[in-house]
Design a protein around this ligand. Structure first.
Ligand code: NAD
Length: 257
C-alpha cells in the first residue's frame, strides 16, 4: 500500500528537519499539516508552496507544543492523522547546577510531553482509520549523553522510552511507533553557528565542521533533512510494517563509537 493520499501531521515543521520531512512526504503524495508556535504569512505561504509544488493538500496549523491543550487541539484541527511526526524541539546548554529551571521545563514540555499529548490524541484517529504511523524525532542524545545537555538528553531518552510503550500498546494493530535518532544535521540553526565558530577557533568552514561540530560523528559529514525525510517515509512503508518500538540512527556512526 502506498503512502500517497495519507495525511501526516508534523510538529515543529516551519524549518529544519520538520520542514525537510514535510517536503519529502509531500513529494511522495502525502498530504501534510505543518506546524509551529508562530502564525505568520510566511508559515501559511510555506504550506501553500509545498501543496502547489507536489499537488497535495498542505496546511499550516499554529499550535504551541509547550502547551498540552494546544498539542491535542492540533490533532483535532488536522481532522485526520495517519502519520504523526513528533519533531518540535529546542535546546539549551548549561551545567546541571546552573541549568535554568524554566529552560528545563520548556525542553521537557516541547521535546517530550508534546509527543505524549499528540500521540494520545492521534491514536484514536489512527485506530478509526485502521492504519497509523508514529515517528518520533529523537536524537543520538536519545541513546547517549553529552555534558551540559541534561534536559535535552533526559527528554530524548524519554521519547525513546515512550516510543517503546506506544509500540507495545499498538502491537496487534496496523499501527507502528518508532524513533529516528539523528546525529548532527545541517539545518539553518546549525548553519548559522558556523561563521561565529570559524572566528572563535580561527578555522575555515571545513575545519569547523569536521573538527568542532562533527567531532563525534565518524563519517565527518552532516546528515541531511532529505535523508531524514527518506527514513521517515521508509518507516511509513509496507516494508516497515513489522518495525515497531525501535530506533533508527541516522548519525554517521556516532552511536557505534
Ligand atoms: P529547528 O530549530 O530548525 O526546528 C525546530 C522546529 O520546532 C521549528 O520549526 C520550531 O519553530 C519548532 N518549535 C520550537 N518550539 C516550538 C513550540 N513551542 N511549538 C511548536 N513548534 C516549536 O531545529 P531542527 O534541527 O530542525 O530540530 C528538529 C528536531 O530534530 C528537534 O526535535 C531536534 O531535537 C531534533 N534533532 C536535531 C538535530 C540537528 O543536528 N539539527 C540532531 C538530532 C535531533
Amino acid at each position: 500500500m502506498s503512502v500517497a493520499g495519507k495525511t501526516a501531521v508534523i510538529t515543529g515543521s516551519n524549518s529544519g528537519i520538520g520542514l525537510g520531512i514535510a517536503k519529502e512526504m509531500a513529494k511522495a503524495g502525502v498530504n501534510v499539516v505543518l506546524n509551529s508556535f508562530t502564525d505568520s504569512e510566511e508559515d501559511h505561504a510555506l504550506a501553500e508552496e509545498i501543496g502547489r509544488k507536489h499537488g497535495v493538500t498542505a496546511r499550516y496549523i499554529q499550535a504551541d507544543m509547550s502547551k498540552a491543550d494546544q498539542c491535542r487541539a492540533l490533532i483535532e484541527k488536522a481532522g485526520t492523522c495517519d502519520i504523526l511526526v513528533n519533531n518540535a524541539g529546542i535546546q539549551h546548554v548549561a551545567p546541571i547546577d546552573e541549568f535554568p529551571v524554566e529552560k528545563w521545563d520548556a525542553i521537557v514540555a516541547i521535546n517530550l510531553s508534546s509527543a505524549f499529548h499528540t500521540t494520545a490524541a492521534a491514536l484514536p484517529v489512527m485506530r478509526k482509520a485502521r492504519w497509523g504511523r508514529v515517528v518520533n524525532i529523537a536524537s543520538a542524545h536519545g541513546l547517549t549523553a553529552s555534558p551540559y545537555k541534561s534536559a535535552y538528553v533526559a527528554a530524548k531518552h524519554g521519547i525513546v522510552g515512550m516510543t517503546k510503550v506506544v509500540a507495545l500498546e499498538t502491537a496487534q494493530e496496523p499501527i507502528t511507533a518508532n524513533a529516528i535518532c539523528p546525529g548532527y544535521v545541517l539545518t539553518p540553526l546549525v548553519e548559522a553557528q558556523i561563521p561565529d565558530t570559524m572566528k572563535k577557533y580561527d578555522m575555515d568552514r571545513d575545519e569547523v565542521i569536521k573538527k568542532v561540530m562533527l567531532e563525534r560523528q565518524p563519517s565527518k559529514e552532516f546528515a541531511t533533512v532529505e535523508q531524514l525525510g527518506g527514513t521517515a517515509l521508509f518507516l511509513c512503508s509496507d516494508a516497515a510494517a513489522q518495525i515497531t518500538g525501535t530506533t533508527i540512527s541516522v548519525d554517521g556512526g556516532w552511536t557505534a563509537l
